[in-house]
Design a protein around this ligand. Structure first.
Ligand SMILES: Nc1ncnc2c1ncn2[C@@H]1O[C@H](COP(=O)(O)OP(=O)(O)O)[C@@H](O)[C@H]1O
Ligand SMILES: [Mg+2]
Length: 268
């Protein structure tokens, strides 16, 4: 299990008001999966993504990322876990506008203390990988939306993270560029990268191998009920039903055979 979130609760505290946002969210992801989380605006997607991305802490709950207990760490160590494991892609690209494509992509390698020459080589290779080998010196303002997002993907992957997190990655793109971005995600996933993508578009979610829905901060698995709380409730109901059926059968048997059997002490 590469990612194991259990019983995550989170509220925002603004002034005297508590705004509950996430309710008992459980999400388990295996290495190599491609998971989409779908939900309407305001349902808590970005809040959840910030927690998964080690950028924020919940009020309660646990999180294991690649075997490491995230919330038991201090902020610095949490940032370290983030740097080693995760690549991020956002709806609005979040590129530095005064830096070239190459410098943008090389930035995570600065934080990882990679020497300058290697940074440039790796950033160039990452840009070639997303089809932008001929745009390395361009500023974000000189690129189309789709190209900007491909720069962002190159930046997300340059540190070779095992997980790619994407928050509405095609939200600002036309359908042709969206398709290109989805093809890139598919290729990365086929190469073994675990992909976790947030979207409110069913067309985009369809690229994922698995879809979870989030609504008012409650997450549920599409095609079934893997949500732990729901599953426990369903099991309890089933057990109660079975116990009742057994009791009915026993009393029916007793009525039928009552006259022939000797009196026995009641077990219950
Ligand atoms: N920093 C914050 N302070 C207070 N409320 C917030 C903050 N961020 C988000 N919220 C509220 O939490 C809810 C979920 O927000 P968000 O996670 O951004 O949803 P989504 O990404 O699904 O649109 C919304 O009602 C939003 O207003
Ligand atoms: Mg959002």
């Amino acid at each position: 299990m590469i990612l194991k979130l259990d019983h995550i609760n989170k509220a925002y505290h603004t002034g005297k008001l508590d705004v509950p946002v996430l309710h008992d969210v459980c999400l388990h992801v295996e290495k190599g999966e491609y998971v989409a989380i779908m939900g309407p605006s305001g349902s808590g997607k970005s809040t959840l993504m910030n927690i998964i991305g080690c950028l924020d802490r919940p009020d309660s709950g646990t999180y294991e990322l690649n075997g490491e207990d995230v919330f038991s760490r201090d902020d610095r160590s949490m940032a370290n876990i983030r740097l080693r494991n995760l690549g991020f892609v956002f709806q609005n690209f979040q590129l530095l506008n005064r830096q070239s494509a190459l410098e943008n992509v090389a930035l995570p390698l600065v934080y990882a203390k990679v020497p300058k020459k290697e940074r440039r080589e790796r950033a160039r290779a990452a840009l070639e990988r997303v089809g932008l080998g001929d745009r390395v010196t361009f500023l974000p303002g000189q690129l189309s939306g789709g190209q900007k997002q491909r720069v962002a993907i190159a930046r997300a992957m340059v540190n070779r993270p095992s997980i790619l997190l994407a928050d509405e990655p095609t939200g600002a793109l036309d359908s042709h560029s969206s398709l290109q971005i989805m093809e890139l995600f598919q290729q990365l996933n086929e190469e073994g990268v675990t992909v976790l993508m947030i979207t409110h578009s069913p067309d985009i979610a369809a690229y994922a191998g698995r879809v979870c829905d989030i609504f008012d901060g409650v997450i549920s698995e599409r095609n079934g009920t893997v949500n732990a709380a729901q599953e426990a409730e369903r099991k309890a109901e089933q057990e109660a039903e079975e116990a009742l059926a057994k009791m009915r059968k026993r009393s029916a048997d007793m009525l039928r055979h009552g006259s022939e059997e000797k009196e026995e002490p009641d077990e219950s």
